[in-house]
Design a protein. Structure first.
Ligand code: ZN
Length: 65
């Protein structure tokens, strides 16, 4: 099951596949997939790793002087 949300009326629901029409307001093409919470968390994780890499690089540069 995937979570979907209508961009028109903000109605949120779970379905196996993305429907063409919003089941609440009936608009076509307004239904968008809602990202999983775990996806958002992994995005933050990779961002934190990148920040750590930058910090390490900065430290390495300081050593050079
Ligand atoms: Zn709707």
């Amino acid at each position: 099951m995937t979570d979907f949300q209508c961009t028109k009326c903000s109605y949120r629901f779970a379905k196996d596949r993305r429907p063409l029409n919003c089941p609440y307001c009936g608009k076509t093409g307004t239904v968008e997939e809602v990202p999983e919470a775990s996806d958002i968390l992994s995005d933050i994780d990779s961002h934190e790793k990148r920040m750590q890499e930058i910090e390490t690089m900065k430290r390495e540069m300081k050593k050079g002087y």
